[in-house]
Design a protein around this ligand. Structure first.
Ligand SMILES: [Zn+2]
Ligand SMILES: [Zn+2]
Length: 180
């Protein structure tokens, strides 16, 4: 989905729906897509009139179940933060505005945890001490492409190999990442 295009569609829609006193703030909002924001779906800087949406969360194919409805809700939520201005947090003023903008009047933090991106999908295993630890795809690729496909386990000096996660390990890993 094109995130910035959706931001502009929502801006245009709200310019027709909201009272004119909000229009200058609405027009001033700068929308950005962040590649590094992985914990929060969106974030607003009311003073700078800046709204940043997590591209990592909404574009990642592993998060395909994150629907367009959730993207819309996130955009409207952050727009409401800019319109009410700094110092409101999620108080009743913001909640009124969030409703007017078509967002659920709830804190973003509720969504953040379930929207965490699962990053570690491979396992590294030490042949000497049998230690097993999850690694990112990138790290696993580095292990495989290193000299004879091994890395040295710093704790024991043994050789570390990378392998795919088993289904059981994968389920356990997803649970751990969601708890963090
Ligand atoms: Zn918020
Ligand atoms: Zn070891």
């Amino acid at each position: 989905m094109n995130i910035l295009q959706r931001c502009e569609e929502i801006r245009a829609e709200l310019l027709l729906q909201l009272p004119s006193k909000f229009h200058s703030d609405l027009r001033a909002i700068q929308f950005e897509v962040s590649k590094t924001m992985t914990v929060c779906a969106g974030k607003a800087w009311p003073r700078k009139k800046l709204v940043r949406i997590s591209g990592t969360i909404f574009r990642d194919s592993r998060n395909a179940h994150r629907s367009e409805a959730q993207l819309d809700d996130t955009i409207r939520h952050e727009v409401a933060h800019v319109i009410v201005g700094p110092g409101h947090g999620h108080d009743w003023v913001w909640q009124d505005c969030a409703r007017a903008c078509g967002a659920r009047p709830e804190k973003c933090h509720n969504m953040a945890v379930t929207r965490r991106v699962i990053k570690r999908r491979q396992m590294a295993e030490c042949e000497r001490c049998n230690a097993v630890f999850p690694v990112t795809d990138r790290k696993a690729r580095r292990i495989r492409s290193s000299f004879i496909g091994l890395l040295v386990h710093t704790a024991c000096g043994g050789s570390v190999r990378a392998r795919d996660m088993t289904d059981e390990e994968r389920v356990a890993q997803i649970k751990r990442e969601l708890q963090r």
